[in-house]
Design a protein around this ligand. Structure first.
Ligand code: WTA
Length: 646
């Protein structure tokens, strides 16, 4: 390990403890994690901390036996935590429900019993398509209790996307709800789930949580209301937590990559839990007096790790919220923070930018003095948003924990760590890597870039929270993450390091967009568009957006017999929403005569990006037909004018 590439720099004096801890973890990961893993309850101790004999298929804690639901619930029952709140949940309509650890344990056991009665066995998959209601974490915990594997599909995905994920995972049971509340209105979920299940032969049972009470069709012998199914088992049902190997799967979470097919990121149990536990402890150091609010939906990785497994394993109280930040008014969040006494807020740059737009008077109406720490995740935070967060939310007194990580990494990877030692913060930098994370910024050849030179962010050593593989696709796992440079994890992000060694994250280096913090593959959108009969070719780009970070813009060419119209554009937007889901709604669809291509026929994405950014086009000598660039620019300008007129 060369001194120059160490993530810490001696100039940062308050970083000494952190540096020591980091070095210890890199020099002797076996010893380091053996000690840390003692924080978890094991039914049987591991044979080895890390088996790295078959890279990049690393095994953490092989031979170790545990159950993550036992760690989240059972083990707190003979401590004072038993009667402490695990969750405070607030519905969009203002209804509040609370669960102590004991109450949650009872509920989870009942659902686990229902799962057992439905024939769910160790290793079987459960697909979850629910809004942010307590039954969502309960379903995850009950699945893990019986040794099942959950796959949560965010409720903003379409029937087609849900069906694709159910089929890929081969789920036996689907847990959904009759409907959900969105800004005071009810939307249906069961209809969407039904359309999906019509195309998924593996599904045997559908459990339906009654949330809105709307009438939904229930199929005899397949569909069961959650409350009715639970009422049929004994009120004090007990299902022993299934003893699981540390390396057995806990969940599959589908995420966008650079091809049209989402990747089924597979996380195991032992390493993931150890990583979740320690990262939350290091990053926010929460205790029994805290009320932790991670605003992420459990449909995403942030919700999995930091709304379910890590906070429950640590035994703290989490607040979870069903609704949107501006309903019924733009101070909904601040009003709730005040009323519940939230102490730590962990949210996204998109949310912060939205609040900036609403105006600080909404924040200032409330007493937010219970807050002691702030966090952010999901996309690079621009210094302006960071400073607003610091000044308006933090009253210039709270630290901001900017956490860089990914679905694949299981938990934080680069972040300030007040739980070890807080280094001086810089607006817009996630600071330094966590223990065990040998992060580096590399050039195309895999060589470290000099200070101040942008490159690819990579990780050179395995860590406990890392994905085990891609579901049913180990080859793609190898190719995607370790295909560029042997045994070096490729993140797909750009980064740069400053003279203090701090990491600055600069966004995706691949064809993945971050729209309001949600990961969306441009190729997925392109596939959705070309599946419409009118579309011949499509190219989707990210365009900078003041609030969402970036938004998708699609350039399409039409098949003969179709001509551009506003109506067709609307149809295409609807088609994308129906194919992927509302979260993938394109910001604009630009219909053009021709897409710019290289002589070998590849669409020149760089040019389209330049058009969108209004930047200079650069070298066009490899273009088949230079005129098409002008074409696109003219059409885009025309469309922009049309949009502005409305
Ligand atoms: C981006 C979300 C800058 C990054 C946990 C990464 C960030 C992708 C940050 C993963 C951050 C996440 N600063 N960029 N603090 N956090 N990202 O899988 O591009 O939904 O690769 O996981 O989000 O998105 P994912």
């Amino acid at each position: 390990m060369s001194e120059a590439s160490l993530p810490f720099n001696d100039k940062i004096l308050p970083g000494r403890i952190l540096k020591e801890e980091w070095e210890k973890s890199i020099k002797n990961p076996q010893e380091y994690w053996a000690e840390k893993a003692k924080a978890i309850d094991w039914f049987r101790t591991w044979d080895k901390v890390l088996d790295d004999s078959n890279p990049p298929f690393y095994k953490w804690f092989p031979g170790g036996v545990l159950n993550i639901c036992h760690n989240a619930l059972d083990r707190h029952l003979d401590t004072p935590r038993k009667n402490m709140l695990a969750y405070i949940w607030e519905g969009e309509n203002g209804e509040v429900r609370t669960y102590t650890y004991y109450q949650l344990y009872r509920e989870v056991n009942k659902l686990a019993k229902v799962f057992k009665n439905f024939g769910l066995k160790k290793g079987d998959r459960v697909a979850v398509y629910l809004p942010m209601i307590p039954e969502l974490p309960i379903t995850l915990l009950a699945t893990a209790r019986v040794g099942g594997v959950h796959t949560v599909v965010f409720s903003g995905f379409s029937a087609e996307a849900l069906a694709g994920r159910i089929n890929d995972s081969g789920a036996k049971i689907v847990v959904t709800a009759d409907g959900a509340y969105r800004r005071g209105k009810t939307v249906t979920l069961k209809d969407t789930a039904d359309r999906a299940v019509a195309a998924t032969p593996s599904v045997e049972k559908v459990i339906v949580v009654k949330r809105t009470g709307q009438t939904v069709p229930m199929k005899e012998g397949r569909d069961y209301y959650y409350h009715e199914a639970l009422a049929k088992v004994e009120p004090n049902a007990y299902v022993p937590p299934e003893p699981m190997e540390a390396t057995e799967p806990l969940f599959i979470l589908y995420t966008s990559g650079t091809t049209g097919k989402p990747k089924g990121v597979l996380h195991g149990i032992g390493g993931y839990l150890v990583w979740g536990y320690w990262t939350l402890k290091w990053g926010f150091d929460p205790n029994e007096k805290d009320i932790w609010w991670c605003t992420a939906d459990i449909g995403w990785i942030t919700g999995h790790t930091y709304n379910v497994y890590a906070p429950l394993a640590l035994g703290i109280t989490s607040f979870i919220f069903e609704g949107t930040p501006d309903y019924p008014a733009q101070d909904r969040w601040w009003e709730m923070i005040e009323r519940h006494g939230v102490t730590i807020l962990y949210t996204t740059p998109t949310a912060i930018r939205m609040f900036m737009k609403f105006g600080e008077e909404w924040v200032n109406k409330h007493d937010l003095s219970t807050l002691r720490l702030l966090g952010t995740v999901g996309e690079p935070i621009n210094p302006e948003a960071w400073k607003w967060y610091d000044r308006v939310m933090g009253k210039n007194k709270l630290s901001i924990i900017d956490t860089w990580w990914q679905t694949e990494t299981g938990g934080f990877m680069i972040a300030p760590l007040p739980g070890i030692e807080l280094v001086p913060l810089k607006p817009g930098s996630a600071t330094n890597p966590l223990p065990s994370i040998y992060a580096e910024v590399c050039d195309e050849k895999g060589q470290p870039t000099p200070t101040g030179v942008k490159g690819f962010l990579v990780v050179k050593t395995p860590w406990p929270g890392m994905l085990e593989t891609l579901w049913k696709d180990p080859e793609r796992y190898k190719q995607t993450y370790f295909g560029r440079w042997p045994n070096i994890y490729y993140t797909g992000d750009y980064a740069v390091r400053d003279p203090d060694g701090y990491f600055w994250l600069l966004g995706r280096a691949d064809e993945v967009l971050k729209v309001a913090g949600h990961r969306i593959g441009t190729v997925e959108l392109e596939s959705a568009l070309v599946s419409h009969p009118a579309v011949s070719e499509a190219a989707v780009m990210g365009k900078e957006d003041a609030i969402k970070g970036e938004v998708p813009v699609a350039f399409v060419t039409l098949r003969s017999g179709f001509s551009p119209s506003e109506e067709l554009r609307q149809q295409l937007v609807q088609h994308v929403r129906a194919t992927i889901g509302p979260i993938a709604t394109p910001d604009a669809i630009v219909i053009v005569n021709k897409l710019p291509k290289t002589r070998s026929g590849k669409i020149m994405r760089r040019l389209l990006k330049a058009v969108l950014a209004g930047a200079a086009l650069g070298d066009v000598s490899t273009l088949e037909d230079e005129a098409s660039v002008e074409d696109i620019k003219a059409t885009y300008d025309e469309l922009k004018r049309q949009l502005e007129k409305k």
